[in-house]
Design a protein around this ligand. Structure first.
Ligand SMILES: Nc1ncnc2c1ncn2[C@@H]1O[C@H](COP(=O)(O)OP(=O)(O)O)[C@@H](O)[C@H]1O
Ligand SMILES: N[C@@H](CCC(=O)OP(=O)(O)O)C(=O)O
Length: 369
């Protein structure tokens, strides 16, 4: 049966740790593996990091630049070389590829989100393997994916993939970073988002020398993917052939079971496509009503409002410690909410001087995260 498979490979797997030069044999084996999957009839998307790492190697820089403009310039050098190498390898294997460079704002606007969806469908329909990266050269700080783990999960969610493979330089997820905690416990299977939270994985502060987010971004990406119904696997990039073995049923790496009832496409867009413009801090009653009762959010349950936002913007809903519980589209802007927070819905028209809707966020526009 045809499956949609998204594979994300990180800089740490694409490059040699000592020299920063490309790990050519890994990339070639990855290309062969993805071509095999295509020949078996699967639809394949590759999310490839490496623009900054390859750009650094090309320019003789020995560490990842911190200054934004330099990083963007280096990414422009590296992305061209990276795609050239992929094109050479895939062309040898008679497989067409496409370069898809996305920015965060491509997913914010609903029309552009749907446009990205249509383009992926068209490419997959043509039998092409899209090779996706963040458009690092133009991405601005306030509006970027920041790491390709998140980008790959959003792409997997967008195309409703069956599988997401996060290829990295460790063989699986551990209870803590195995580099600094040698007796960290390996994890083979995580069967729900709840179990993932209960495991309380320690991720340290960052990843390998060239990687961006370390394991922390892989875990948050996994949450996005499994909520969208995508089976996710964290495994070692050095052995790309394992992807085929895993699809055939071998338990290699760490497997995350998808949520049985995935969140709807529109709610996924609200939760992960949009960038939240503010925060609403809720009282216990409101938290119980939205998370257990499936209710809409009313003004009475809002304790505090943070940020400046407009009607229909996305906001985060948090408990008093700032932990996010849900996201949603607001029916009032931040100025209005400052005035009506904590008030009963029937008081809204008196306070604002005009009649507004009863709910601050209707349950159809509210997603538990
Ligand atoms: N709990 C954990 N389990 C496994 N690896 C972890 C964990 N916490 C941190 N890490 C580190 O995350 C690194 C992989 O992340 P990163 O360098 O960003 O890779 P990539 O370039 O593949 O995205 C590993 O090298 C490992 O040291
Ligand atoms: N877009 C950046 C990669 C960002 C990123 O997430 O890197 P990595 O942690 O190696 O997957 C690049 O191409 O260098």
């Amino acid at each position: 049966m045809t499956k949609t498979i998204v594979v994300k490979i990180g800089t740490s797997s694409l490059t040699q740790p000592e020299t920063g030069q490309l790990a050519l044999s890994t990339i070639a084996t990855l290309a062969e593996t993805l071509c095999n999957l295509r020949r078996q009839g699967h639809r394949v998307i590759l999310v490839s990091s490496g623009a900054v790492g390859v750009g650094c190697a090309r320019l003789g820089l020995t560490e990842r630049p911190k200054a934004i403009a330099l990083k963007q310039a280096v990414a422009a050098v590296g992305q061209g070389r990276l795609i050239r190498i992929y094109d050479d390898l895939f062309t040898t294997l008679q497989q067409a590829i496409a370069q898809v460079l996305l920015t965060r704002s491509d997913l914010v606007q609903r029309s552009r989100y749907l446009n990205a969806y249509n383009t992926f469908q068209e490419l997959l329909g043509l039998g092409v393997i899209p090779i996706v990266n963040e458009n690092d050269t133009v991405a601005i700080d306030e509006l970027k994916f920041g790491d390709n783990d998140t980008l790959s999960a959003l792409v997997a969610s967008l195309v409703e993939a069956d599988w997401l493979f996060l290829l990295t330089d460790v063989d699986r997820l551990y209870s803590a970073d195995p580099r600094s905690v040698p007796d960290a416990r390996p994890i083979a299977l995580v069967s729900s988002i709840k179990e993932l939270a209960q495991l309380q994985i320690q991720t340290g502060s960052q990843g390998s020398q060239w990687g961006t987010g370390g394991m922390a971004t892989k875990i948050s990406a996994t949450r996005i993917a499994i909520a969208a119904g995508v089976r996710t696997v964290i495994t070692q990039g050095r052995f790309p052939r394992n992807i085929e073995k895993i699809i055939q049923g071998e338990l290699i790496g760490t497997h995350f079971e998808p949520q049985p009832e995935p969140t709807s496409a529109r709610k996924r867009w609200i939760a992960y496509g949009l960038v939240p413009a503010g925060k609403l801090y809720l009282d216990e009653g409101a938290i119980a009503a939205i998370s257990l009762g499936g209710k809409s959010l009313l003004a009475a349950g809002i304790k505090a409002v943070e940020g400046e936002f407009d009607t229909q913007d996305a906001v985060q809903l948090c408990d008093s410690n700032g932990n996010e519980i849900a996201r949603g589209l607001v029916n009032y802007n931040s100025n209005e909410l400052q005035k009506i927070r904590g008030c009963h819905s029937r008081e809204i028209s008196t306070i604002l001087g005009y009649a507004g809707v009863e709910t601050v966020i209707h349950r159809d526009n509210l997603v538990l995260t």
